[in-house]
Design a protein around this ligand. Structure first.
Ligand SMILES: Cc1cc2nc3c(=O)[nH]c(=O)nc-3n(C[C@H](O)[C@H](O)[C@H](O)COP(=O)(O)OP(=O)(O)OC[C@H]3O[C@@H](n4cnc5c(N)ncnc54)[C@H](O)[C@@H]3O)c2cc1C
Length: 291
């Protein structure tokens, strides 16, 4: 099973590398309240290796009032590794500008690293760490079915994974079902009216993509997973019972309890769902990249 990085302190982040910002592009539409940017970084180190499903650590400089301690945050690799003839390596990451609200004062503070990254300009040099996390592996059985479920920036590793599968495994025969949840169509990344990176796979018999949007985008209502997944409930439940099926989750932690509810309904009870998930996890077929 892909282990979620639960404590950064347990991971070796001592190696530091310089990465130059080659481009920084907003990928949410201007009318969206959400700012998500895609950054392309260049590392002048031909041996820098990373894999789909891994994340790199970005070191955001600390501020003097907090003792200048650096802050490390993880960002998933959003595209396949790109090694150029000039010896440089390119990494794409997808960053959502975050803020958090102090529960006591009610004041809103900008998130340290995401704002640092979103404010970088072309030519700026940032510091990164070694890639972290267990890569998403293509199952050896090319008839295996894959169910990919992502929210927000969680779509980024799936974009790289789907590309990786179709590029490197021409005899891939398993079905790939991608479910992508967001509060509104304006927050969908890589699968909206302007940019649809998945369109290139729509004519493949094995690939299907489904959107799950919140019924009331401006409210705190959860994403309508029950609609998107529940509608295909019988089919998904059958797929999950097949020995080769792998399930991947990527995005915000809060999607996990929402999905548990939907799957428990498909399973008939929480206990049956827990059993099925444990079977998948025991076989390394339940993979989470949650944050
Ligand atoms: C394995 C892993 C992979 C990750 N991959 C990505 C990625 O590809 N893209 C990305 O943008 N972030 C990703 N993150 C989250 C990222 O590491 C930071 O936590 C995030 O950018 C906030 O950091 P900050 O320093 O700006 O905010 P902080 O000053 O640490 O404040 C954090 C606040 O932002 C909220 N928050 C954190 N991440 C998100 C998010 N993505 N959307 C909404 N609210 C959030 C937190 O709940 C909290 O309220 C990943 C995290 C992990 C553990």
């Amino acid at each position: 099973m892909n282990e979620t990085v639960t404590r950064l302190a347990d991971v070796d982040t001592s190696a530091r590398y310089h990465a130059a910002v080659l481009s920084s592009e907003r990928i949410t539409p201007p009318e969206s309240n959400d700012e998500v940017r895609e950054l392309v970084l260049s590392i002048d180190l031909p041996d820098f290796r990373f894999h789909v499903g891994q994340s790199i650590g970005v070191v955001a400089p600390g501020s003097p009032e907090f003792g200048k301690a650096d802050h490390i945050r993880l960002y998933s690799v959003a595209d396949l590794p790109h090694h150029l003839d000039d010896g440089t390596v390119r990494i794409k990451i997808c960053v959502r500008r975050c803020s958090y609200v102090d529960s006591y004062s009610g004041e809103e503070y900008p998130g340290v690293a995401s704002n640092y990254l979103c404010d970088r300009k072309v030519g700026d040099v940032i510091t990164i760490t070694d890639p972290i996390g267990v890569p998403f592996r293509i199952p050896e059985n090319h008839d295996a079915h894959l169910i990919l479920i992502g929210t927000g920036t969680g779509i980024a590793p799936f974009r790289a994974f789907v590309k990786h599968i179709y590029r490197t495994t021409p005899d891939w025969r398993g079905r790939i079902l991608l479910f992508y949840g967001a509060n509104s169509g304006l927050e969908l990344l890589y699968m909206n009216e302007e940019i649809d990176d998945f369109a290139q796979y729509y004519d493949r018999e094995t690939f299907e993509a489904f959107q799950a949007l919140s019924p009331r985008p401006n409210w705190a209502d959860p994403i309508a997973w029950d609609h998107a997944i529940g509608q295909r409930g019988d089919e998904i439940w059958k797929l999950m019972g097949q020995p080769g099926t792998h399930v991947y989750l990527a995005g915000l932690e809060k999607m996990r309890p929402e999905l548990d509810r939907v799957f428990a309904a498909l399973a008939g009870s929480e206990e049956s769902w827990e059993r099925r998930r444990a079977e998948l996890a025991a076989g390394g077929r339940w993979v989470e990249l949650l944050y």
